[in-house]
Design a protein around this ligand. Structure first.
Ligand SMILES: NC(=O)c1ccc[n+]([C@@H]2O[C@H](COP(=O)([O-])OP(=O)(O)OC[C@H]3O[C@@H](n4cnc5c(N)ncnc54)[C@H](O)[C@@H]3O)[C@@H](O)[C@H]2O)c1
Length: 442
């Protein structure tokens, strides 16, 4: 089948590459000329395990092509997937301007029947508005004879495991208005769910809300555990023990119950806030989510306070090694990364930073532009410790999980670890003579 994917970011590129990998003909479209030029040269603009090989293989076999022209990409395609960003606006609601702009352009170029599928995470009502915009543009051109359908298929991939998630999804949600579209999309997605039927068809509104509800639930579990971890410290309980005890109840399960320095990334913070904004707009306030968001914001501050209080409130002149800049392991994405929240705050308080990340340094450097004088980036994690007063563990990349503690002790000026991800054993750290500050553990 012929497919056009509009927006070649984390979601669009994975979508396009994976569709090509199972034999479809795909055009990936983006307005970013630099990105498209890179892709045309066989280089990928993001770090995502396994993706580069798939892109190269399919591009070289002619199944995956890249263009800045939506007209060119959509011309021969039956499906057009919209995968552009939906960042938060100033009030926290989803800024849909990229989606509207693509819808207008589709309406300006549509010549034959297509299924226009929104894949970006969008509030209820967006897909029908996309449809309306396309219809209006067709009417302006006097082409009301051109038929098309609109649908919504949310994306559930996780950065860092995106290819695997796309290829072997837990489920595929298909929101449609009619059987024709549902059947076409089922056929398109059939190969991804061959082992058992996991295609869930539903109304467009339900599908739009499903995506937000899933992310909001995961974020809720994290905030719940973070707040509980703070309480654990007050009552001398251990959040890890509590987590194991409650997570082994099969009704609860063990995923997303890890206390830490708060969730980040391009999805959870923005999606929780967008859903809150939608609830307020519909006069149906989502008070649990307001608390989830507030706890997440507080968590970073709370951890920062722990660091500050270790130094009697004054970190001026101190040097901190930071391990991990991405918002989670296996990605170069630093959007809403807790590390990128902490670093400017510590620098503001007079500290210096020596930071290392396996792949996210370039993105972090760009976001932290202006702090060059106070932030140094090292090519290797142990190098960051040299002459530092303490280590801040911000992302649980695998190489940071079982490091050489003896070597760390020798490199650090003082054996102090602030562990924002609860990676090390407090007992072992104490036995080795570290001052070990973690989250909700004894
Ligand atoms: N990143 C994730 O893990 C993830 C997971 C599930 C869903 N989502 C959702 O998917 C959507 C895309 O997220 P992302 O992380 O891939 O974003 P991204 O910022 O990585 O990519 C978006 C791309 O769209 C391009 N774009 C903007 N306007 C365009 C236009 N008019 N025509 C063509 N291209 C245009 C941008 O240049 C950019 O390359 C968002 O709604 C997000 O919430 C993201």
């Amino acid at each position: 089948m012929r497919i056009c994917v509009v927006g070649t970011g984390y979601v669009g590129l994975v979508t396009g590459a994976c569709f090509a990998e199972i034999g479809h003909d795909v055009w990936c479209v983006d307005v970013d000329e630099r990105k498209i030029a890179m892709l045309q040269e066989g280089r990928i603009p993001i770090y995502e395990p396994g993706l580069e090989e798939i892109v190269r293989r399919n591009a070289s076999q002619g199944r995956l092509r890249f263009t800045t022209s939506l007209k060119e990409g959509m011309e021969s395609s039956l499906f057009i997937f919209i995968a552009v960003g939906t960042p938060p606006d100033d009030a926290g609601a989803a800024d849909l301007s990229f989606v509207w702009s693509v819808a207008r352009e589709i309406g300006d170029h549509l010549e034959s029947y297509k299924v226009v599928v929104t894949k970006s995470t969008v509030p209820v009502g967006t897909t029908l508005r996309v449809k309306k915009i396309i219809a209006e543009r067709l009417a302006l051109r006097g082409r009301t004879d051109v038929e098309f359908d609109a649908a919504f298929c949310p994306e559930f991939l996780k950065e860092g495991n995106a290819v695997e998630d796309f290829m072997k999804p837990d489920r595929i949600v298909v929101g449609t208005e009619n059987n024709r579209t549902a059947e076409l999309l089922k056929e398109l997605f059939f190969l991804f769910t061959m082992r058992e039927n996991r295609i869930l068809t539903m109304s467009i509104a339900s599908a739009e809300l499903t995506k937000y509800a899933a992310n909001a639930m995961l974020a809720t579990r994290i905030s719940f555990m973070n707040e509980l971890a703070r309480f654990c410290e007050r009552v001398d309980a251990d959040v890890d023990e509590v987590r194991t005890g409650m997570g082994s109840d099969s009704r609860i399960g063990s995923s997303f119950l890890y206390a830490g320095v708060g969730y980040g990334g391009s999805c959870f913070p923005k999606d929780v806030r967008a859903l809150i904004a939608s609830g307020d707009e519909a006069e149906s306030p989502l008070s649990i989510l307001k608390a989830v968001d507030a706890v997440n914001r507080d968590q970073r501050e709370w951890f920062l306070k722990k660091i500050m209080s270790h130094y009697g409130g004054d970190v001026a002149g101190r040097t901190f090694a930071v391990w991990g800049l991405s918002f989670k392991p296996q990605t170069d994405d630093v959007r809403e990364s807790p590390a990128l929240y902490m670093i400017p705050r510590l620098v503001e308080a007079g500290a210096r930073i020596r930071a290392h990340d396996p792949v996210a340094t370039a993105n972090a450097r760009e976001r932290l532009a202006g702090l060059e004088g106070a932030v140094e980036y090292t090519g290797e994690n142990y190098e960051a410790l040299e002459g530092a007063d303490a280590l801040l563990l911000m992302t649980e990349w695998p190489p940071f999980r079982r490091p050489d503690f003896q070597r760390m002790k020798e490199l650090l000026r003082h054996p102090v670890i602030f562990d924002g991800r609860n990676q090390y054993s407090p007992a072992l750290m104490r036995a080795m003579g570290f001052d070990y500050v973690c989250i909700g553990r004894r």
